[in-house]
Design a protein around this ligand. Structure first.
Ligand code: FAD
Ligand code: NAP
Length: 449
């Protein structure tokens, strides 16, 4: 059992070890082994838009996947053959998103040090502190990695010889404190109940519900404004020029709502974190140049520019799947958040997100286990594509930031689909009142997890 307070690193490690031992997982894992190549010996893509294999089952063509692995000691590649491939290689690691620059405006002209937050995270605590202490640091980006780093930078630069660090970003986002509270109301009551998500609408609702949703548009707007005013009242967003140009509803619908670390604004008040908005920027020999021509001198520039998860997938999968893998930029269309309609006998985990990923991810993995063991039959490829297109078009209508699959505003409806597919009751509360007005969370699915 995990303690009720947030566990420490060693408690998390102990939990993983005991979990793996209890379920006998260690026998199924080859550690220190990298998948370096994947070959596909089946059809090019699914040419006809019929079913994935016989009757929509998981195995269409037998052992179509050849997976080349290499041990960390650099031995030659070993090939393994599989019927079904599940990719869980993580979207937020290994491949950083590095901005590109015209000649003589990139990192090559800068005399200081440039690194990505991924490299920074790999440092030991003492090394990281030493790197930042007494340095003029510029952090690019205004999301979670950049914010976390800005506070660490501020902490390392307190007192004598300290320098403020400067966050440089092209766009601000609506950010929340770690308690998720807005004027005394927890965000889960505004966006995480069945009633709230009914007001927001869902992609696959019929004409009747669409019309009701349309009528509720002013209420949706009012809730979004309520959150915006609460955040403006609670945090010095105006003072630092951090008010976003878009609505909170657009932010939350795109899964970009970040949580800022506890002492983010107190460090800004101490003058240890500064903010500069700039639509573009480039390197100079002394630092970086902003869109108004200002030069910010720096010893270190840290790129908190995120990760390129889709490129990572493409680099591993055979070229022939490259064209179909990504529908809109950054978005891998996945039926039930797990399978790509056009790549049969394969599932992808970790590429479809929400505000609370834990139970969705677990439910989707259970759905996948049901599917692989033959308890769920897929609809035709054409129908699966219609489903992923419908989701895409729906989210695009709500938010201009459709850069990753996000189901935050219709997560309960999505979970309902998964439960029904698995023959489970999607209604998880004890009373109709709770069913409508009590937020859905991990605990509601705990009996199945
Ligand atoms: C700095 C940072 C902090 C974060 N903190 C949080 C947080 O507090 N809460 C939260 O919910 N999310 C957090 N996230 C997001 C986090 O990435 C996901 O929540 C979570 O780790 C996703 O799990 P995953 O299993 O999909 O991918 P990962 O945890 O990234 O796991 C992927 C695994 O696949 C392995 N792998 C990749 N390629 C290969 C290959 N070719 N061969 C063999 N193995 C391979 C990797 O080594 C890795 O072990 C954070 C992300 C970052 C970058
Ligand atoms: N403790 C934690 O829980 C924790 C810590 C770190 C990360 N994470 C998670 O890890 C994931 C990745 O987070 P992240 O912060 O690393 O990346 P991210 O969410 O992708 O944010 C990238 C940031 O870099 C900016 N950016 C990208 N390219 C740029 C460019 N060329 N010029 C200027 N700015 C650029 C983006 O600006 P735009 O907004 O304008 O695109 C954005 O502000 C998220 O899911 C996050 O929640 C969690």
């Amino acid at each position: 059992m995990l303690p009720t307070q947030l566990p420490t690193q060693s408690q998390v490690m102990d939990y993983f070890h005991s979990y793996a031992n209890h379920f006998g997982l260690l026998d199924c894992i080859q550690f220190n082994t990298k998948v370096v190549d994947i070959q596909h010996t089946g059809k090019e893509t699914v040419a006809s838009l019929g079913l994935w294999g016989k009757n929509g089952g998981s195995y269409a063509d037998g052992r179509v996947w050849q997976v080349g692995v290499q041990k960390s000691n650099g031995e030659s590649i070993e090939w393994h053959h599989f019927d079904f491939l599940v990719l869980c290689i993580g979207k937020y690691g290994d491949l950083p998103k590095i901005p590109s620059f015209p000649p003589n405006k990139g990192p090559e002209v800068f005399q200081g040090k440039v690194l990505h937050t991924m490299d920074y995270s790999a440092l030991e605590e003492k090394q990281a502190y030493k790197l930042l202490k007494g340095k003029r640091v510029v952090i690019i980006g205004y999301q979670k990695s950049a914010m976390d780093l800005s506070v660490e930078c501020a902490e390392a630069n307190q007192g004598e010889n300290g320098h403020p660090c400067t966050m440089v970003f092209r766009r601000t986002h609506w950010i929340l404190s770690e308690d998720y509270m807005c004027s005394g109301v927890h965000l889960a009551y505004l966006y995480g109940t069945r009633f709230a998500q009914f007001l927001l609408g869902k992609p696959d609702q019929g004409f009747m519900l669409n019309s009701i949703s349309y009528l509720f548009a002013p209420l949706r707007w009012a809730v979004s404004k309520f959150v915006e005013f609460s955040l403006l009242w609670k945090f010095p967003l105006r003072k630092y020029g951090l008010i976003p140009d878009h609505s909170f509803l657009q932010e939350i619908s795109s899964c970009y709502t970040g949580l800022f670390p506890n002492n983010f604004f107190s460090k800004a008040e101490e003058g240890l974190i500064r903010f500069r908005k700039s639509s573009s920027w480039s390197f100079s020999c002394k630092g970086i140049i902003l869109d108004d021509g200002t030069e910010l001198e720096a010893d270190i520039v840290v790129l908190g520019t995120g990760f390129d998860g889709v490129k990572k997938l493409k680099s591993l999968l055979p070229n022939k799947f490259g064209d179909v893998l990504e529908k809109s930029a950054g978005v891998v269309p996945l039926y039930r958040g797990r399978v790509h309609p056009r790549i049969s006998q394969m599932a992808i985990l970790g590429y479809s997100e929400s505000l609370s990923n834990l139970h969705s991810s677990e439910l989707r993995s259970q759905w996948l286990a049901h599917f692989i063991s033959g308890k769920i039959v897929l609809p035709s490829i054409k129908e699966m594509e219609a489903y992923t297109d419908m989701y895409e078009n729906y989210v695009k209508r709500i938010t201009p930031f459709y850069w990753k699959s996000c189901h935050a505003t219709f997560q309960i409806a999505d979970n309902d689909h998964l439960c029904r597919d698995m023959g489970r009751n999607p209604l998880r509360k004890n009373s109709w009142f709770d069913e409508l007005f009590s937020p859905y969370s991990n605990l509601d699915y705990a009996q199945d997890l």
